[in-house]
Design a protein around this ligand. Structure first.
Ligand code: HEM
Length: 186
């Protein structure tokens, strides 16, 4: 008897995950997590660095999202600001970044990177608490993102099955991975 397997449908979700593996690896290396998890102060520096990027880029991306994706544009900046305040840091809101995304699919690809980064964030939060004790992690381990926004957005990405849209989604995702990589390389 032969076993038949149904080939997995390629959607924008599966495409983005496969196509940006290398970009993820490079961004992760640029962040160089260990240097930020040495002390409570370096952890605060890490959140401050994240704040500079997220507060500048998120609004610029969200405004370009198609209407159907807006419900996944959850705003976690208040959590990030609160974590920083708990660590004794008051940070100014940076000016909105200029991000030119060529199409609605590119904006969707860009948001995939922003929201998806919270998957690693949850792991980083656990590691930080293990190493540093009770540090605030409302931004990195936001349960609303993990239980609602991310699964919902993954479902939304899976509705894109037209391969002609994949290249622009990938381009948007790579633009954002690269900008995060550059931000942490400075
Ligand atoms: C700083 C070190 C980082 C670590 C340790 C890390 C770790 C991880 C891990 C373990 C996952 C998979 C989670 C799961 O499937 O349950 C993941 C997913 C993801 N990460 Fe990271 N990450 C890091 C940095 C970043 C950065 C800087 C970005 C982008 C700005 C990013 C974007 C993403 C995205 C988009 C996904 C979702 C992949 C998918 O399932 O399609 N990560 N990360």
């Amino acid at each position: 008897m032969t076993t038949q397997t149904t080939p997995e449908t390629i959607t924008l979700r599966t495409h983005l995950k496969d196509a940006t593996r290398g970009a993820h690896q490079q961004a992760e290396e640029a962040v160089g997590l260990n240097r930020w998890l040495e002390t409570r102060e370096t952890y605060a520096d890490y959140l401050e660095k994240l704040w500079q990027w997220h507060a500048a880029y998120e609004p610029a991306i969200v405004i370009q999202l198609p209407e159907a994706a807006k419900s996944f544009a959850i705003d976690r900046l208040p959590q990030l600001k609160a974590d920083l305040a708990a660590l004794g840091r008051n940070v100014p809101t940076p000016p909105k970044a200029s991000v030119k995304l060529a199409s609605p699919e590119a904006a969707v690809g860009a948001w995939y990177v922003v929201l998806g980064s919270s998957m690693g964030g949850a792991i980083i939060a656990k590691t930080a608490q293990k190493k540093l004790g009770d540090v605030p992690t409302a931004f990195l381990a936001d349960p609303t993102v993990m239980r609602q926004a991310w699964p919902g957005f993954v479902g939304y990405l899976s509705t894109f099955v037209d391969p002609s849209k994949f290249a622009s989604g990938e381009e948007g995702a790579n633009t954002i991975f690269k900008s995060m990589q550059d931000h942490f390389s400075k």
